[in-house]
Design a protein around this ligand. Structure first.
Ligand SMILES: [Zn+2]
Ligand SMILES: [Zn+2]
Length: 298
C-alpha cells in the first residue's frame, strides 16, 4: 500500500493577490489528488492537506518555489486524504481569526513586531538565564482555554478565551498588566496562533515577549514528557487528543465523577455542544453528558 501523509503548514508573507494564489493552490492540490483545508489572506497561507507521500512532497516543493512562501513552516504527520471530507481553498481576511486583520503587519520575513522565536532548547536556556538573575519566566497559553484542561506547560497562565477572537478583550482587560515587565513565553499547538498573539501583546505594552517556535508539537518532539509540558495535547482532528509518551500525566478531570481523563464529549444540548470532560465509564453509563453550565438535552 502506498504511504500517505498529512501536513500542517503556514507562512506569513505579503500576498498581493490572494485570489490568484487561491486558484493556483486549488489547481495544484486537485492535480495531485490532495484533500484538506487551506486559508489564504493578504498576510499569508495556513493549511492542512493529506494524500500520497509523493504528491504531498510535490505540493510542498511547488508551493515553496513561489518566493514569498519559501520559508513556509511544515509539520508532517500520519494520515491521508481520507481524513478530510473534501478540498477547501478559501480567501479570508485573516489566516488565524483574532479579529484584528488591520493590526497585523507582515513582510518577507514574516510577522513584524512579534515575539522572539525560541526553539525548545532555547526555552530552557532562557528560563535558566532569567532564574540566575532572580526572575521567573511566565508561560502564557495562546490556545482556547478548554484545550489547557487536558495539558499545558507547568504553571502556565491560561487566559479566559473561548475562541481566538476573545484574546484582544482579554489582553486589554487589565488582568495581565502585572506581566507587562516580565519575560513571557507564549505557546500554542503548532506556533501559528502565537505569531499573531505575540504581536498583539507587544502592541499592548508587554515588553519582553517570546514565542515557542513550532509550538507544543515541536517541544514534545524534543522533550516528550520529561520537560516542562504536562498532560495531553488537544488536536483538531478526529483523534481529539494525543500524548507524547506513555508517561503522559492525565491532568483533566471528569465533570461527573472527577476521575482523571483526557476525553472530551460535546454537551448533550445540541444548541450548546460545549466540549466537556467525561471519563469513559461515565460515557458508558448512559448518564446525560452536559456542560458545567448544566444544560439539559431538551
Ligand atoms: Zn466519570
Ligand atoms: Zn451546555
Amino acid at each position: 500500500m502506498a504511504q500517505n501523509k498529512i501536513i500542517l503548514y503556514y507562512a506569513f508573507a505579503p500576498l498581493s493577490d490572494p485570489e490568484a494564489i487561491r486558484l493556483w493552490q486549488r489547481t495544484l492540490c486537485e492535480s495531485l489528488g490532495l484533500r484538506g483545508r487551506i486559508l489564504i489572506s493578504e498576510h499569508g497561507i495556513n493549511g492542512t492537506v493529506g494524500g500520497g507521500i509523493d504528491a504531498v512532497k510535490k505540493y510542498v516543493k511547488a508551493t515553496r518555489e513561489y518566493a514569498p512562501l519559501k520559508k513556509m513552516d511544515v509539520k508532517w504527520s500520519d494520515g491521508s486524504a481520507e481524513d478530510f471530507p473534501r478540498l477547501s481553498v478559501k480567501v479570508r481576511e485573516e489566516i488565524v481569526s483574532f479579529g484584528a486583520p488591520g493590526e497585523l503587519r507582515v513582510d518577507e520575513n514574516g510577522v513584524k513586531g512579534g515575539g522572539i522565536h525560541l526553539r525548545p532548547e532555547e526555552v530552557h536556556e532562557l528560563i535558566d538565564a532569567k532564574r540566575a538573575e532572580g526572575q521567573e519566566v511566565v508561560f502564557f497559553d495562546g490556545r482556547n482555554a478548554f484545550e489547557a484542561q487536558i495539558g499545558k506547560f507547568k504553571g502556565a497562565i491560561v487566559p479566559d478565551v473561548e475562541t481566538t477572537h476573545d484574546f484582544i478583550a482579554e489582553l486589554e482587560s487589565g488582568k495581565y498588566d502585572e506581566l507587562k515587565d516580565k519575560p513571557i513565553i507564549t505557546y500554542c499547538t503548532g506556533g501559528i496562533r502565537c505569531e499573531v498573539l505575540s504581536s498583539l501583546m507587544v502592541n499592548r505594552g508587554f515588553s519582553e515577549v517570546y514565542q515557542m517556535k513550532g509550538g507544543i508539537v515541536r517541544y514534545g518532539e524534543t522533550y516528550g514528557d520529561s520537560g516542562l509540558w504536562e498532560g495531553s495535547l488537544y488536536v483538531f482532528d478526529k483523534r481529539m487528543h494525543t500524548e507524547f509518551t506513555e508517561d503522559a500525566t492525565i491532568i483533566g478531570r471528569c465533570e461527573r465523577c472527577s476521575k482523571p481523563t483526557s476525553n472530551f464529549e460535546n454537551c448533550a444540548n445540541l444548541s450548546c455542544r460545549k466540549l466537556t470532560l467525561y471519563c469513559e465509564d461515565c460515557v458508558a453509563s448512559g448518564a446525560e453528558l452536559s456542560c458545567p453550565a448544566g444544560c439539559t438535552a431538551a
